[in-house]
Write a protein that binds this ligand. Structure first.
Ligand code: HEC
Ligand code: HEC
Length: 368
């Protein structure tokens, strides 16, 4: 395989460092030199049986560069990776992330792993999944350009201006050519490449996968107890489903976080009052590292999350029937200390610790 190494120096706008979001246009700091190092890109992004085209890995390589490139924001201040950090399974470790003008996002940044689960697919354009906390996007390729245009996130109001901007950067010609056969930069290609990269971020080498999917390993007694509590006693699995490829992700539910909700969630999309306060049941893959939790990042630890289910469920208007007792009141699960430990051991087993350092998903822009 041809080795794809690009050593192109680019200078970011003065004062913008590759490691910090802070921007200061008046700064006289010397420009920081960064270079693009794709020497680790021979790694296979997709298992061969899932993918037919040989160009797909190269498309993911391009997607990786785009994902980490701050030039995708209007003022070169943030990249997708500013809010979706590899160290946290491509989530952010704060409740709300900083956008291109340091304004905060309205919701907690989602992690990006196993978006497509284990389903096989013939091209990225047909990948569908419930995306965002309210499921407002269902096509991965259509979705990826939304943050670029978002007025808080990346601020590129006219997405059609992006191809020209990116064409002027020295490294994209070769990358687009290697992915698509010609150096033309188009919005469709940007979306396709980003979508391909995101779809490639899969973790199936967790203790859970080994113990319960591939059966090459046994759970510890504590993990096994947690697995039983999750599936049987507390029936968490009634919402956090293990369906084909869906990895503990399911429909929209109100889990009684507040008596009345300030963020109406799914109702903003469906326009149904019965959806007020409902959010997408999140995919729990890598949950050990995606704190803080919930759509507004209100809980700092998994213990806080379990305390909510144990004795904090509020009598909200659309509280899920699955979280109500026989008296139609919010359920009090009264999860014991020992059960809490077991559930946390099980939840931790859903985490793929190799993903956080996997070179093929890492930042290709290095400081000189
Ligand atoms: C300023 C922070 C920020 C930036 C920059 C950003 N995102 Fe996000 N991202 C978020 C937040 C916040 C959410 C959740 C928003 C919601 O659900 O309403 C999100 C959600 C997502 C999701 C949905 C995941 C799921 O499972 O539902 C994907 C995919 C995604 N972003 C990809 C990207 C890509 C690709 C880029 C770059 C083009 C990007 N993001 C840039 C903050 C950011
Ligand atoms: C009625 C459906 C339902 C049940 C039952 C349920 N969950 Fe959830 N869970 C959700 C929804 C929906 C969210 C997101 C809510 C929000 O952000 O508003 C969530 C969020 C979470 C989160 C935070 C994930 C993140 O990325 O922020 C964890 C962890 C979690 N649930 C674990 C559990 C456990 C453990 C149980 C069983 C004790 C359980 N859930 C039972 C629907 C459910």
């Amino acid at each position: 395989m041809k080795k794809l190494i690009l050593l192109v120096s680019i200078s970011l706008l003065s004062g913008i460092s590759i490691t910090s979001c802070k921007k200061d246009k008046s700064s006289t700091e010397p420009q920081k030199e960064v270079y693009l190092d794709l020497s680790d890109s021979n790694a296979v992004y997709f298992p061969q049986y899932v993918y037919n085209g040989s160009k797909v890995n190269k498309t993911a390589v391009l997607g990786r560069v785009l994902f980490y490139d701050r030039h995708l924001s209007i003022n070169n201040a943030v990249a997708c990776a500013s809010c979706h950090k590899q160290a946290y399974a491509f989530a952010d470790n704060v409740a709300f992330s900083n956008g291109f003008e340091n304004r905060k996002t309205g919701r907690n940044s989602s992690h990006i792993t196993n978006i497509i689960g284990v389903r096989s697919f013939s091209s990225v354009t047909n990948i569908s999944a419930l995306l965002f906390w309210d499921g407002r996007q269902t096509s991965l390729v259509d979705m990826v350009t939304k943050p670029i245009g978002n007025h808080v996130e990346m601020g590129v109001a006219d997405i059609n201006s992006l191809p020209e901007k990116l064409s002027k950067l020295p490294y994209y010609q070769e990358l687009f050519k290697s992915a698509y056969g010609s150096g033309d930069v188009t919005v469709e290609r940007i979306a396709n490449a980003l979508g391909t990269f995101l779809a490639a971020i899969n973790s199936d080498s967790t203790r859970f996968d080994k113990a319960k999917v591939y059966r090459t390993m046994q759970y510890s007694a504590l993990e096994e107890e947690g697995w039983m509590l999750f599936n049987v006693k507390y029936n968490c699995a009634s919402c956090h489903h293990l369906g084909t490829g869906t990895y503990f992700q399911n429909g929209f539910e109100d889990i009684g976080l507040d008596d009345s909700c300030s963020d109406i969630g799914r109702a903003a999309i469906s326009l149904l009052a019965s959806d007020n306060g409902k959010f997408k049941t999140p995919n729990l893959k890598n949950v050990a590292v995606t704190a803080p939790y919930m759509h507004d990042g209100r809980f700092k630890t998994l213990k806080d999350v379990l305390n909510h289910y144990s004795n904090g469920i509020k009598d909200s208007k659309n509280l899920s029937i699955k979280l109500k007792g026989t008296d139609n009141k919010p359920m009090k699960m009264k999860i014991s200390e020992e059960e809490t430990d077991a559930l946390i051991a099980f939840l931790n087993s859903l985490t793929d610790y190799n993903l956080m350092t996997d070179a093929k998903f890492s930042d290709p822009f290095k400081l000189k």
